[in-house]
Design a protein around this ligand. Structure first.
Ligand code: NAD
Length: 297
């Protein structure tokens, strides 16, 4: 078992840190939210007043933060963790951020002999709670091998996508496809219901047909069709529209840099931005269903 510091206890990081505690690791947590910290402490984690203090003595530091600027603020500069961690500390960032930001942090870590892995996740809050996340890692093979047993306490599928930044590239591609699938699924359900079909019956038909996809299988966007998903609790919790827009923005920026065409991703981005602009940014991303069904408010 390892001595682990976990920073960023939000919708994802909270349950991920819980699973590390449950697996028997010696876990110290830190978050700007006192409530988030208190919840983990009640489950057996330790805490400290600052991220630096929390990281003292850690064999491994894991971060799960909203976006690139938070990751840079925590790790870089004279006040950052990298400048203060001993060489050899394993550092894993599971936030979804731009590949070049991950590479920048990796470079700074390398200069200090700190093995760094970008390890964004897929599987949502449900996967974080169940410990079944998919980790998509970028970094050296040796670092990946060291991190794998720790990641296995929080996930089921642990992939090594390639060198630094590759985990983020794969994650961005996946989330762009997820946004396209969720918008497409919502559109198809709304069309069927306009024609008088029962959304549950239509969902089951499409699930068993060629339109079957992850949204239909485990994250149905139509309220009341599936229990335990955000659509059945007013789209509260889950993966926020604002975070999906961040990821679609990362895909768009990356596509521009690489002269890659992403017409479907760009359209999905427009739809989710429109939806956020209508005051839905803090809802789960499956609430895109409401764009096709504005009467459901
Ligand atoms: P969240 O906003 O719920 O949690 C982020 C946490 O980080 C908050 O508790 C916040 O207080 C904390 N934080 C911010 N700055 C901090 C700092 N400087 N020091 C300490 N704590 C700080 O976000 P989330 O939904 O948990 O997502 C985290 C990351 O995981 C994002 O990059 C997101 O894109 C990605 N992700 C989310 C999901 C999902 O379903 N929610 C799925 C896969 C990936």
């Amino acid at each position: 078992m390892a001595t682990i510091t976990f920073i960023g206890l939000g919708n994802m990081g909270g349950p991920m840190a819980s699973n590390l505690v449950r697996a028997g690791h010696d876990v110290t947590v830190f978050d700007l939210s006192k409530d988030a910290v208190a919840a983990l402490v009640s489950e057996g984690a330790k805490t400290a007043d600052t991220a630096h203090e929390a990281a003292r003595g850690a064999e491994c530091v894991i971060t799960m933060l909203p976006a690139g600027q938070h990751v840079e603020a925590v790790y870089l500069g004279d006040d950052g963790l990298l400048a203060n961690l001993p060489a050899g500390t394993l550092v894993i960032d599971s936030s979804t951020i731009a590949p070049e930001t991950a590479r920048g942090v990796a470079e700074e870590a390398k200069a200090r002999d700190i093995p760094f892995l970008d390890a964004p996740v897929s599987g949502g809050v449900g996967g974080a709670k169940a410990g079944t996340l998919t980790f998509i890692c970028g970094g050296a093979e040796e670092t990946f091998s060291k991190a794998k047993p720790i990641l296995e306490s929080m996930g089921k599928n642990i992939f090594h996508a390639g060198d630094h930044g590759s985990g983020q590239v794969a994650k961005i591609c996946n989330n762009m496809m997820l946004a396209i699938l969720m918008a497409g699924t919502s559109e198809a359900l709304a069309l069927g219901v306009k024609n008088g079909l029962d959304p549950a019956v239509l969902s089951e038909i499409m699930k068993q047909s060629s339109g079957g996809n992850w949204a239909l299988n485990v994250y149905n966007p139509w309220p009341g069709v599936m229990e335990g998903v955000p659509a059945s609790r007013g789209y509260e919790g889950g993966f926020l529209v604002n975070l999906m827009n961040k990821d679609l923005g990362l895909a768009f920026d990356n596509a521009v840099k690489n002269h890659a065409a992403i017409p479907m991703g760009s359209l999905a981005r427009n739809l989710f931005e429109l939806h956020a602009g209508q005051g839905n940014g803090a809802l789960d991303f499956s609430s895109i269903q409401r764009l096709y069904r504005p009467e459901d408010k």
